[in-house]
Design a protein around this ligand. Structure first.
Ligand code: MG
Length: 164
C-alpha cells in the first residue's frame, strides 16, 4: 500500500530597516522611505519561507545554501534563491500543500500589497494563490520591531510526496 508522506517546516527571519535601501517583501517592491539591510535584497519574507521549505524537507538552512559571505549573492533577488530551493525540493518529489506566513512590522500597511505578494510567491513556486496565506501584524509599538528598527517574518509550510 502506498500513501503520501507529509512534513511541516517553520522559518523565521529578521532584517534591520535602513535608509537608502529598497523594501522588497515576497518579491514585491513596497514604497517606503526605508528598506531592509542585508547581503542579498534582504527579502525577509522569502528568507523565512526558504528556511521553512528546507526545514520541512530536512535539507538544512538558507545560510548553508547561500552563504552571505559569497559575492555571488550580493544584492541578488531572493526570488531567484527561492526558485532554486523550490527546484531542489521538486527534484526530491516534494509538492507544497500550503504556506502560512506572518510579517511583523509597524509600517507600511501591507493590506494594499497582499494580493500582489501572494501572486509573486505563487508564481515563483508554480503553485496557486489560494495555497498561500499572508498576514501582517504590528508589534504594538513594543521592542525593536515596535520602534520600526526592522521587520520580522514567520512562515510555516506543509509539503507532501508520494511514498515510494
Ligand atoms: Mg535573511
Amino acid at each position: 500500500m502506498s500513501g503520501k508522506i507529509f512534513r511541516i517546516g517553520q522559518g523565521f527571519d529578521t532584517h534591520r530597516l535602513m535608509e537608502g535601501r529598497r523594501l522588497i517583501l515576497g518579491g514585491v517592491e513596497i514604497p517606503h522611505p526605508k528598506g531592509l539591510a542585508g547581503h542579498s535584497d534582504a527579502d525577509v519574507l522569502i528568507h523565512a519561507l526558504i528556511d521553512a521549505l528546507l526545514g520541512a524537507a530536512g535539507l538544512g538552512d538558507i545560510g548553508e545554501f547561500f552563504p552571505d559571505t559569497d559575492p555571488a549573492y550580493k544584492d541578488i533577488s531572493s526570488s531567484i534563491l527561492l526558485r532554486q530551493v523550490h527546484l531542489k525540493l521538486h527534484k526530491e518529489g516534494w509538492e507544497i500543500v500550503n504556506i502560512d506566513a506572518t510579517l511583523i512590522l509597524e509600517k507600511p500597511k501591507l493590506l494594499p500589497f497582499k494580493r500582489q505578494i501572494i501572486a509573486s510567491l505563487a508564481e515563483v513556486l508554480c503553485t496557486s494563490d489560494h495555497l498561500i496565506s499572508l498576514k501582517a501584524k504590528t508589534a504594538e509599538k513594543m521592542g525593536a520591531l515596535g520602534r520600526e528598527e526592522g521587520i520580522a517574518a514567520l512562515v510555516v509550510v506543509m509539503i507532501q510526496k508520494r511514498e515510494s
